[in-house]
Design a protein around this ligand. Structure first.
Ligand SMILES: [Zn+2]
Length: 267
């Protein structure tokens, strides 16, 4: 018997589900929440008529709402075949780095538990990591999860393969190796990813009430430069200091990737 609960999730059962999954499941459908905050209340409300198996918050918390052998109400005709995971945030926003990591962990676990294939698919007849929108009208006619998050599936898969030792640890660092050099004064979307990563590494990802949290606004200002310096100086047996120049080049991205990967291992 395959597991019905994901071990990395907080179990919060809801009433919106019906029937059994068709086994084996084909893979994972990440959805975009189009909002923030736990979906437990909405999915436990019988008038909402929606639910998902799992939810991943922007700060990396995972909740599970429906047993994995039961059908959640996430993608209409696709419900019996795919495990669904809602992701906090909006379609016009990228995942936070830790959301990519968590999705990779979930998928890696599913590969071992359910035999999911390490693939990306855009077909309802396919396997691996799909999208809600690939189901067209039969799945409710949604554009979910939008281009930004749909295009992150390769990163999620790369993370999963690395966790399973099938891509080599270097693979997990790939997306950081290809990030652009960022410096003081830059305004670009990659700065948001940097700011989110720094908040996670230094424990400041709570969205409100933390004066040390970097606002992920995509502007590389004084506070971001100072935090980059802290990261570069950071010295532990696993993460030695690197050149302290406040510029985020390949060496700094690698240190970020190394820390995020190491601190979030699910085994
Ligand atoms: Zn969706």
């Amino acid at each position: 018997m395959a597991a019905t609960r994901y071990p990395g999730a907080v179990w919060r059962p809801v009433r919106n589900w019906r029937g059994s999954m068709i086994q084996p499941t084909r893979g994972l459908i990440p959805h975009v929440q189009q909002g923030n905050g736990s979906l437990y209340g909405w999915f436990n409300n019988s008038s909402s008529q929606v639910s998902s198996h799992l939810w991943v918050s922007r700060s990396g918390l995972v909740e599970q709402y429906v047993e994995l052998d039961r059908r959640a109400w996430a993608q209409a005709d696709g419900n019996p075949y795919w495990i669904s995971v809602e992701t906090e945030g909006y379609a016009h926003e990228d995942y936070t780095p830790i959301q990519v990591q968590r999705l990779g962990e979930i998928f890696a676990w599913g590969m071992g538990e359910f035999g999911w294939r390490g693939e990306i698919t855009d077909s309802v007849q396919g396997f691996g990591i799909g999208t809600h929108r690939m189901g067209g009208a039969a799945w409710g006619g949604h554009s979910c999860p939008g281009d930004i998050r749909a295009n992150r599936r390769r990163d999620v898969l790369t993370t999963a393969l690395a966790l399973r030792g099938e891509g080599g640890s270097a693979q997990a660092q790939l997306r950081y190796q290809h990030m652009p050099v960022l410096r003081f004064g830059d305004r670009r979307p990659e700065v948001v990813e940097l700011q989110n990563a720094l908040n996670i590494i230094f424990g400041h990802e709570a969205p409100t009430g933390d004066p040390w949290r970097l606002v992920p606004d995509g502007v590389f200002g004084e506070a971001t430069r100072a935090r980059v310096g802290s990261l570069q100086r950071l010295n532990s047996p696993w993460y030695p200091p690197i050149t302290v120049d406040g510029v985020v080049g390949r060496e700094t991205w690698l240190k970020i990737g190394h820390i995020l990967t190491g601190m979030n291992r699910w085994v």
